[in-house]
Write a protein of this length. Structure first.
Length: 364
């Protein structure tokens, strides 16, 4: 079986959740003897692809130079090359890494993974983006959704038949959980961990405000922000407004460093108002870090009783829940134990095997 993956996410993301998903999927699929996979990315910017996938599996060149992902020249060449490669290679199946309405698949089965419908849910998408996405979803022979919640959203917003969508959960790199412990990146106190980007739907400002109104938390714990790029001018302004300039620390680093920080954090907090899955939940649970998160449906689906929940629109409730958990050794240990057990449900090899089952159905 010859499977190809397009360039889309590996060009648009240097780092990021969707590209992490695909690289972990590829790492496990490339172990299979009966599958010949190729990533067709003439030019790519993604660090995970560069560092973790066998170069023989990649048809393309990693660009060290910082080039805007909107570059018309590079995007156009990637599309042109991919189209011609499909014609000459004659794959059994195409797995598109992101919405690509320009794929000329002809009779080749096409599968697409949908990570979330954040823009539709929050009403921040316009027709110039909605229409290509709709075309991509209709063009696909099958859709992989990473949660039941995302599947329901797909059915609601795009009227897609439920039988065309399979739910396959993401995994966690359990093998990386026994690394040497790091220090906590400039913070001298025990710290509360926040992971990832700080876009509006991540509810980052709410997180800062909720922490700032608790004198106990400010006295006893710093905030460590991992990843998500440099703090913006606006974010720095808000940190100063809440008088947290000497309480908030930011760190970029590798996945291994992140897993180590989960192990040293007092708690991990995930305040989003919407997510398609919530991979940091699983990573935190796998690495013995108590999880406190917003009470949105998908977090309850993924974490179940292995997390403490708060109302992501109520800072007083947020403050109360954090204090309730963080000052209770009994509850902290309970969340660690429940989280460890829950995390075993999420495995990249299982994710790959279930994806391969769909491949086989589509090519037979």
């Amino acid at each position: 079986m010859r499977i190809i993956y397009d360039h889309n996410i590996f060009w648009s993301q240097k780092f990021g959740g969707i590209s992490r998903y695909f690289v972990n999927l590829l790492k496990n699929i490339q172990k299979k003897n009966n599958i010949d996979l190729r990533v067709i990315a003439p030019f790519y910017r993604n660090i995970y692809l560069k560092n973790e996938i066998d170069k023989k599996k990649i048809v393309g060149l990693y660009l060290k130079k910082e080039i805007p992902k909107t570059s018309f020249m590079f995007k156009s060449f990637n599309k042109f090359f991919f189209k011609n490669f499909v014609h000459s290679y004659k794959p059994s199946l195409i797995h598109s890494t992101y919405y690509n309405e320009n794929i000329d698949k002809k009779t080749t089965p096409l599968i697409i993974t949908v990570y979330d419908l954040i823009h539709e849910k929050l009403g921040i998408e316009n027709n110039t983006k909605i229409l290509p996405k709709l075309k991509s979803l209709k063009l696909a022979d099958h859709i992989v959704s990473i949660s039941e919640k995302t599947k329901k959203d797909l059915m609601k917003f795009y009227n897609i038949d439920k039988d065309k969508i399979s739910v396959i959960y993401l995994g966690s790199n359990h093998a990386l959980t026994n690394q040497k412990i790091l220090n906590n990146a400039n913070s001298e106190k025990p710290f509360i961990l926040y992971v990832g980007s700080r876009e509006k739907y991540k509810n980052f400002e709410f997180f800062l405000k909720g922490y700032s109104i608790s004198e106990k938390l400010k006295n006893d714990f710093d905030l460590l922000l991992f990843g998500g790029g440099k703090l913006s001018v606006y974010e720095k302004k808000k940190i100063n407004e809440y008088k947290l300039h000497n309480k908030v620390f930011h760190k970029e680093g590798t996945d291994e460093e992140l897993y180590q920080l989960y192990k040293t954090a007092k708690v991990f907090i995930f305040p989003s108002i919407y997510e398609g899955f919530g991979l940091p939940l699983v990573e935190a649970m796998a690495n013995d870090c108590p999880v406190i998160c917003s009470n949105i449906d998908v977090f309850k689906e993924i974490a179940g009783n292995a997390a403490e929940y708060f109302d992501p629109s109520n800072v007083e409730n947020f403050k109360a829940k954090i204090e309730e958990v963080i000052y209770s050794n009994t509850r902290l240990q309970e969340l660690k134990s429940l989280g460890k057990m829950k995390s075993r449900n999420y495995d990249w090899e299982k994710c790959a095997n279930e994806t391969i089952k769909i491949y086989k159905k589509l090519v037979t």
